[in-house]
Design a protein around this ligand. Structure first.
Ligand SMILES: NC(=O)c1ccc[n+]([C@@H]2O[C@H](COP(=O)([O-])OP(=O)(O)OC[C@H]3O[C@@H](n4cnc5c(N)ncnc54)[C@H](OP(=O)(O)O)[C@@H]3O)[C@@H](O)[C@H]2O)c1
Length: 213
């Protein structure tokens, strides 16, 4: 399957490399493909292009941009290139202005809802935002067994596609409901980040699991 990855930071690079390792096609979108020259040399299956080309290439698109630049990155990607597609929103609307991590929004809206609002024709699924980049496509090896990924979105078919992808690499999946539940998923990222900060980032490879009895 061909994946478009909008975002060329640590998350975008880890996802693209992981997707190619899994046998998929991956194209990273960026405003400056030249800065990824060394990266694509290291991972020859990955292509670097504009946000619009990556969005058009992807049968499924992963969104991994800095929150403040997300609206602009999606504008560059082009709504028409994302129409009808599953867009996995991995972003977190983080605000570090007070010195410690907080969310820039979250009570009456969320990043996930804003992304869906900016892309009314796309099928947005919030997922993968509460775990470190390197574990997103490789969640094996956690103590306590298979971790769970919480997801949210309005489109059942889109969530089924994302669930298949996540389960295929080893996640359990917990569907929390429509895209407004991003208001719950985004604070999970703060728990993840705060625990890493409290441990001096020595515990930055942790994930969540929902336990039932
Ligand atoms: N790091 C993690 O382990 C982790 C885990 C879970 C979720 N997340 C979330 O994933 C997202 C990506 O994180 P990251 O650490 O990989 O990268 P990042 O540094 O937060 O974001 C880098 C990307 O944002 C784009 N960007 C920044 N400002 C822009 C603007 N004004 N217009 C258009 N694009 C802009 C950059 O585009 P160009 O390439 O065009 O410069 C680049 O692709 C964030 O929202 C983060 O909260 C991160």
């Amino acid at each position: 399957m061909n994946f478009g990855v909008i975002g060329s930071g640590m998350v975008g690079q880890q996802l693209a490399a992981g997707l190619v390792r899994l046998g998929h096609g991956a194209m990273i979108g960026t405003r400056d493909p030249a800065k990824l020259e060394a990266f694509v040399r290291t991972y020859p299956g990955v292509r670097a292009a504009s946000n619009a080309e990556a969005a058009a290439f992807g049968e499924l698109v992963l969104l991994a941009t800095k929150w403040e630049g997300t609206r602009e990155a999606l504008h560059l990607a082009g709504r028409e290139n994302l129409e009808g597609k599953v867009v996995v929103d991995i972003t977190n609307p983080l605000d570090f202005s007070e010195g410690k991590p907080a969310l820039a929004l979250g009570f009456s809206t969320s990043g996930g809802e804003q992304v869906q609002g900016w892309l009314p024709g796309a099928r947005v699924v919030k997922a993968l935002n509460s775990v470190t980049a390197g574990a997103m496509l490789d969640p094996r090896g956690f103590t306590g067994g298979e971790p769970d990924m919480f997801i949210a979105g309005n489109d059942a078919g889109a969530k089924a596609d994302v669930t298949r992808l996540l389960e295929s690499v080893g996640w359990g999946v917990v569907d929390l409901g429509d895209i407004t539940q991003s208001r719950l998923l985004e604070p999970l990222a703060l728990i993840w980040i705060t625990h890493a900060l409290n441990s001096g980032w020595t515990k930055n490879d942790h994930a969540f699991k929902l336990l039932n009895r």
